[in-house]
Design a protein around this ligand. Structure first.
Ligand SMILES: [Zn+2]
Length: 415
């Protein structure tokens, strides 16, 4: 009995670097169908800005994770609003502990596991050493807790006779939302593909661009999801009232604070920050991006909706080369079906296919830098937990998606 009791205590509480690991014991996970306005009313009625109520949604459905004490209030509210609910999981802690049990710390970085920030950075360092003629480490900025936003540049030398004016830059940003673990995993998978694949079209893709790939642009938040709270989304900066973090994809200086943004520093999900670029991560990354000459592609990886988005996120207005963006995006999605027949939705503006959201990196890059080819991939999945044993599937799919973007752009004469 005593042993069982001790095991129980150890299994639910981990004081990692002074942080208590939040186990989400008894939290329930629901899908809600029905009118979005009614869903919003339910969420408002519950009026919780902390992690006892975690919600997200798209046009057709919403998902919600609820602390035990909110469940009966929630059930009354959805009945009153005539909404349908399906319970996806009875105890969220089981999903989290299953994920943790699976995590192994091999000496060799692989793609059947999720890694914390230091291990990802170690992988980037080792890759840089192994491919020193093709790669360099790049620093895209810094974080509140003093980490670097570390990335890898892959820029293979020109063969003799090729033009030497500089290749077009293909920028990839992943992990801006900390809990979307599949995004950094797919980014490193793609790096590995570019460097090691024996497929001629992937080698060609590698050589066509000057790649700048940043697997975790919110390193503090990502680390926090490993040591303390699996559903953390924001940065880790400290507000005047002591609450932590801002949503780094609501913090960019374009139409800041307009849609799907909270002005409450304690909002668990979408606090937009005290002002545009209040977060050092977005401010320094924006400065890095602004310094890139010849930026052709800006691609952001999020999860999950299995959806390809084009600017703008905060308005239904179409950019001047919307048709080009859609046609190149379609090609990418066509290529994606080589790996998974269930095609991504889109391409379309976030405002039309998902919901309006302001202050995102994609909108800022498009509007302020006038970068022509800007996309956000909402990766595949039905929750933030994509099985580690299946990272390779999305890695392969993303490799094809990137190949499709490149071929689509080349056909239209972008390079
Ligand atoms: Zn996201």
């Amino acid at each position: 009995m005593y042993i069982v009791f001790v095991y129980y205590l150890v299994s639910i509480t981990c004081y990692c670097q002074g942080e208590v690991y939040k186990d989400y014991k008894g939290y329930k996970y629901f899908e809600i169908g029905g009118n979005q306005k009614n869903v919003e009313r339910v969420i408002k009625h519950l009026s919780k800005n902390d992690e006892s109520l975690i919600h997200w949604g798209s046009v057709n459905s919403s998902q919600i994770i609820l602390a035990p004490h909110l469940i009966s209030v929630f059930k009354d509210a959805v009945a009153k609003e005539n909404l349908q609910t399906v319970i996806l999981h009875n105890d969220v802690s089981e999903i989290i502990s299953m994920e943790k049990d699976k995590s192994r710390h091999n000496t060799k970085f692989s793609w059947d596991n999720y890694y914390d920030i230091n291990e990802i950075y170690k992988y980037l360092n080792e890759t840089r050493t192994s491919y020193s003629k093709w790669t360099e480490l790049i620093i895209g900025g810094e974080s509140y807790e003093g980490r670097k936003i570390l990335g890898l540049r892959i820029n293979t030398p020109y063969e003799q006779g090729q033009r030497e004016t500089g290749k077009p830059v293909f920028f990839i940003e992943a992990g801006i939302h900390a809990r979307e673990w599949i995004a950094p995993a797919v980014a490193t998978y793609f790096i590995n593909q570019l460097l090691t694949s024996d497929k001629p079209d992937v080698a060609r893709l590698r050589d066509q661009f000057d790649w700048r790939i940043f697997p975790t642009v919110n390193p503090d938040g990502y680390h926090y999801t490993h040591i303390a709270d699996r559903f953390w989304r924001k940065t880790r900066s400290k507000s005047n009232n002591g609450c932590r973090g801002a949503d780094p994809n609501r913090n960019w200086n374009y139409n800041w604070g307009q849609h799907s943004s909270s002005d409450n520093p304690c909002d668990y999900q979408t606090y937009a920050g005290s002002e545009p670029f209040s977060e050092v991560e977005t401010r320094t990354l924006a400065s890095y991006i602004s310094g890139i000459d010849n930026l052709l592609f800006y691609v952001s990886f999020h999860s999950f909706a299995t959806l390809l988005l084009v600017p703008y996120s905060d308005s239904t207005e179409h950019v001047d080369n919307y048709d080009e963006l859609v046609s190149i995006g379609q090609k990418a999605l066509d290529y994606g079906t080589r790996v998974n027949k269930e095609r991504y939705d889109g391409p379309g503006t976030a405002a039309e296919t998902l919901y309006k959201a302001s202050g995102g990196s994609m909108d800022w890059v498009r509007y302020k830098l006038n970068t022509r080819l800007v996309y956000t991939f909402e990766l595949r999945g039905s929750s933030f937990h994509w099985p580690a044993s299946r990272i390779w599937e999305q890695g392969e799919e993303v490799t094809q998606l990137m190949l499709g973007l490149a071929d689509g752009a080349q056909e239209l004469g972008f390079f």
